[in-house]
Design a protein around this ligand. Sequence first.
Ligand SMILES: Nc1nc2c(ncn2[C@@H]2O[C@H](COP(=O)(O)OP(=O)(O)O)[C@@H](O)[C@H]2O)c(=O)[nH]1
Ligand SMILES: [Mg+2]
Length: 235
Amino acid sequence: MIDTKPKSNRMPAGSVQCDNTTMNLLKANDFVAKAIKDKVPDVLIINICSSPGSGKTTLLQETGRRLKDRLSIAVLVGDPETERDAVRLRDVGINALQIVTGGMCHIEAQMIYQALDHIDLTQVDLLIIENVGNLVCPSAFDLGEDYRVTLLASTEGDDKPKKYPRMFLTSELMLVSKADLLPYVPFSVEAAVKDAREVNPDLSAIQVSTLTGEGIEEWCSWLEEKVKEKKARKQ
Ligand SMILES: Nc1nc2c(ncn2[C@@H]2O[C@H](COP(=O)(O)OP(=O)(O)O)[C@@H](O)[C@H]2O)c(=O)[nH]1
Ligand SMILES: [Mg+2]
C-alpha cells in the first residue's frame, strides 16, 4: 500500500506528532510536490537518494542501457555544481537534464517543477530524479515522486539506517549497492536491513552491483512493475 501522507510529516510508528515549525515551512514544498503529480499524472516518478559516491549515476547508466528497449526514460539529476552527471547519462543515450542547485544540499519541488518545462516528457514512462548526494536534507523534501529509493553502499558502513533514519523511513526501497565489495569490507547486509526495517517495516531491499550485474535485473523488473501499476491506476 502506498502511504499518501506527505513525506515531510511522516513519523515512525509509535511516535507522537508534535508541532514543528520546520515541518510547517515544508508545507509549501508539499504543495508544489502535489502540483508536480498533477502536471505529469501519466509518468512514474522515482526519487533516488544516497550519500555522494554510492553509485546512483552508474546505476542509472546501467538501468538506461538495460531498459532502453522496454521503457522510455528521462532523468533529472541534481548536483551542487557541474553538469557532469547529466553528461555521463546522455553519453549512454539517456534523456537527461542537470539541475545545478548552486550549493544547495537537496533538490526542492519547485526546482523539479521548473525543470519540467525544459524536458520533453511526451511518451516518457519513467522520470527518475537523481537527488543531491546527502542522506539528511533530501529526506524532508517531497518531489512529487511515486517512490523514493535509497542506495546504501557496502563501503559506507551498515550503521547508516539508524543514524540517518528519516531517509530510510521515507523510502520504499533500499538498494544495497557495490555488493561486489562485500567480501572486502566490514558490512553486514543482514544488520543494515534489520536496522532499516526497525525504522521502516515496509521497506523493500535489493542487493545490487553494477560491476557484476547482481540484482540489476531485479531492480529493472521492480521499475517495470511500478510503471505498469501506475498506468493501470490511471485507467
Ligand atoms: N565496486 C563498485 N564500484 C561502483 C559501483 N557502482 C559505482 N561504483 C563506483 O563508485 C563511484 C561513484 O559512483 P557514482 O555513480 O558517480 O555515484 P553517485 O555520486 O552516487 O552518483 C564511481 O567511481 C563508480 O565507478 C559498484 O557496483 N561496484
Ligand atoms: Mg551522481
